[in-house]
Design a binder for this molecule. Structure first.
Ligand code: FMN
Length: 363
């Protein structure tokens, strides 16, 4: 038993075995590793999923945030639920509320976003080892489930290994990073194919590999199946339509749309790491502009406008069916109307017919 292990607590390796010795892992992703996406990932060979990161203090204070940020059901296992924060007690208190829904509570020590700097969490704690130690050991002491930690590679190998050892000694049972240590560890970063994933496993001798952006573009990546965007989008919509069993929190529609946009992308460019999903029409338009620049929605302005205004899963299915049909038959788009025409969508939404690629069309 290691010095940080609680009496009666299983060690990291026994824990890893108990959850099925996962090999392929889907990354924690705000706005992207939501329940429907996790179900799709699992269907295509993902063995272990992470929730999106939850800000511990907000989770305790804000019921709106609490209801939106975490969705799960009884089939959604093994699951690591990830928290961030800089107050060990608050983090433990928040994690206690969800520990019965997961196999491990993960701590995010890797988030590089400006927001994380402002709020003092994620990668911005990486030079404060006493605080990191306190967070891991408090969580380990207070929680009934395993505690894991995810962090970035440091400036030197020595510092990276040192940090991994410190986290392990503080009680982390599983670690996501790039070097070998003596608890199960997951390698992550830049993997976009099954071949690469297996190569990294071989090279690093990691217990598992984690993929983020690659799974957003191709949820079937770990199954070694060639990307079929329309099929995957329709499967995601089907999963989202079914009311999950024993659902604990509702699932926001905008996250489904976000993931559909990702799957529709044709390449790995334009990788993003949003802090929240679409929060304004302008942001949504910019995002779709970026995301559709290489696929059928670029040329077919009418479908793109419909995609921007879509409000229901059924309408989304219809748009995708039309896009697939036009793509297969190599159809031309309809003529573009003038700047002040309107397009009707979902019977209650009027959208300007002006192209989102036109200057000043954002509202
Ligand atoms: C959209 C998006 C959201 C992310 N959100 C989180 C998060 O909530 N917590 C976290 O630890 N990492 C987050 N990440 C980082 C990923 O978990 C992963 O470490 C990173 O993308 C590198 O892996 P990849 O190259 O396979 O994408 C996010 C990445 C993306 C693309």
């Amino acid at each position: 038993m290691s010095s940080s292990q609680k009496k009666g607590q299983e060690n990291g390796w026994d824990f890893w075995k108990r959850i099925g010795s996962p090999k392929y892992v889907s990354a924690p992703m705000i706005g992207a590793s939501t329940l429907a996406c996790r179900k799709l990932f699992r269907k295509y060979s993902v063995d272990l999923c992470y929730s999106p990161m939850i800000i511990a203090s907000l989770f305790l204070e804000d019921s709106d945030y609490r209801e939106k940020i975490l969705t799960t059901d009884s089939d959604d296992r093994p699951l690591f639920i990830q928290f961030c924060g800089d107050n060990a007690q608050i983090m433990a208190q928040a994690a206690k509320q969800v520990q019965h829904l997961c196999d491990s509570v993960d701590i995010n020590f890797g988030c590089p976003q400006a927001f994380a700097e402002k709020c003092h969490y994620g990668a911005y704690l990486q030079d404060e080892w006493d605080l990191m130690r306190e967070i891991v050991s408090t969580m380990n002491r207070e929680l009934d489930v395993c505690v894991s930690a995810k962090f970035r590679m440091q400036a030197t190998i020595d510092k990276t290994v040192g940090m991994a050892q410190m986290l392990q000694e503080s009680g982390a049972q599983v670690i996501t990073m790039h070097e070998q240590i003596t608890v199960p560890f997951i390698a992550n970063g830049g993997i976009i194919s099954l071949e690469q994933a297996d190569h990294i496993l071989d090279l690093t001798k990691a217990n598992a590999v984690m993929v983020g952006e690659g799974l957003r573009r191709n949820p079937a990546l770990f199954a070694g199946i060639e990307r079929n965007p329309y099929k995957l989008c329709n499967e995601l919509i089907d999963i989202s339509k079914k009311e999950p069993q024993n659902v604990y929190y509702p699932q926001p529609f905008e996250f489904i749309i976000e993931q559909v946009h990702r799957i529709l992308l044709n390449n790995m460019e334009g990788s993003s790491y949003p802090i929240q999903s679409y929060d304004s029409k302008k942001r949504k338009r910019n995002k779709i502009r970026e995301e559709t620049s290489t696929n059928i929605f670029h040329k077919h302005w009418d479908l793109r406008e419909q995609l921007i205004g879509v409000k229901t899963l059924t309408s989304l299915e219809q748009i995708l069916a039309e896009a697939e049909k036009r793509e297969k038959s190599n159809e031309d788009p309809p003529p573009k109307p003038g700047r002040h025409s309107v397009v009707q969508e979902d019977n209650d939404t009027i959208i300007s017919g002006t192209s989102i690629f036109d200057e000043g069309s954002d509202s």
